[in-house]
Design a protein around this ligand. Sequence first.
Ligand SMILES: Cc1cc2nc3c(=O)[nH]c(=O)nc-3n(C[C@H](O)[C@H](O)[C@H](O)COP(=O)(O)OP(=O)(O)OC[C@H]3O[C@@H](n4cnc5c(N)ncnc54)[C@H](O)[C@@H]3O)c2cc1C
Length: 440
Amino acid sequence: MKNKATVIGAGLAGAEAALQLAQRGIQVDLYEMRPEKTTGAHKTDKYAEFVCSNSMGSLDITNASGLLKKEMEILGGKLIKIALENSVPAGNALAIDREGFSEKVTELINNNPNINVIKKEITEIPADENIIIASGPLTSTPLADSIKEFTQSEHLHFFDAIAPIIEKESINFDKAFYASRYNKGEASYINCPMNKEEYEKFYNFLINAPRIELKEFEQDAKFFESCLPVEVLASRGVDTLRFGPMKPVGLVDDRTGEKNYAVVQLRQDNSAKTLYNIVGFQTNLKWGAQKELISLIPGLENANIMRYGVMHRNTFINSPRILNPTLQTRNRKDLFFAGQITGTEGYTESIASGLLAGINLARLIKQENLITLPAETMLGALMNYITNPEHDKFQPINSNWAIVKEIELPKQIRKNKKEKNTILANRSIETLEKFIKENS
Ligand SMILES: Cc1cc2nc3c(=O)[nH]c(=O)nc-3n(C[C@H](O)[C@H](O)[C@H](O)COP(=O)(O)OP(=O)(O)OC[C@H]3O[C@@H](n4cnc5c(N)ncnc54)[C@H](O)[C@@H]3O)c2cc1C
């Protein structure tokens, strides 16, 4: 096997992967199509550009994203180090000076003797050995078509809007109840009932709530009629939702027997039954507005939102069918995917998967065993989640506690989120450090 690798895309994942390979003595050809061809969202010709906000989320290890950052530091992540060096004050969060950050990453890559940057669009998956595809959610169309062919068309997805995901533990079951419509099948939906007054308050907030401004290239986005953002549906009339995703018919709370004016339904989102998505609530509202809107739903007043609804073009592969938790494809052992295209969501997650793909491709080239990170770690859990073959309706996901390997704890600790997360975070760090010792 050649001591050489190709990385496609010098975004967050690709830049990290290339630096990891280079550090392990592998010669890397890093392809980046900007500035010749733009994605529509990137503004510069620098590598590892933050396309939207400059926040990478919490640094607190009792927060899922904070733990993921800690794990990247332990694993020797390059971009997390540069991010910390280029941080700006943001309380407990890691916000960065995006220009300083990208400039530093660009300099490090350009000056690395093992990395050869080629400014060129890749239009099909190269037949060469040892590839990491990290071309992101805005992968150019010719490459997307080639990936589609490799993954067999239905395994490459495009979508406009996704609904928020809620942690079940945070739902108030004094108000919410389990039922299926007309009691058909298992009562697997969680239902949040509303009276007329509650519905009107909710509706008025929804139609006036601020939306995220669309990028020019997304403004002509065509929605599937069955996948309209909830605010677009609501703007058609005050009762449209009550006859659509919020229809109350056939949903009765056995405890009260009462009929409801409207009902918000939540559908199970993971096999562990810890995450639920809000049915029909795909949205483009600003995240603050989503939080406020959800708090107006009886039962979700204090809901933990594990992933906000988002709307933008997103290209992601059906990882549960295509990838191993090492990020290696099942059908071609020298081909890896990394970054948002794998179905993880967010800057931190993209960098983290670039880190893992870089380490594993280097190990493959050196004929060492690939690493699958422990399920106790946030990154290991994320990789397990996105590559779990049991997911037949796969949607992208952020790091979150609900996917991490369960731990037996006394009830009073389980109820104290901070205490529970501290235990989980310390377990992850210990497990990861031990894992590294055993595998290096
Ligand atoms: C509009 C938008 C806003 C977002 N906002 C946020 C946010 O606020 N917070 C957050 O956490 N996440 C956000 N995300 C999600 C995600 O975290 C980022 O998109 C992140 O940059 C993904 O990292 P990546 O490395 O997978 O892809 P990218 O960082 O996009 O890198 C991919 C690189 O590949 C290049 N490329 C594409 N096709 C080719 C090709 N054929 N040949 C060569 N090069 C190619 C691109 O030019 C790009 O440089 C947003 C995504 C989008 C699309």
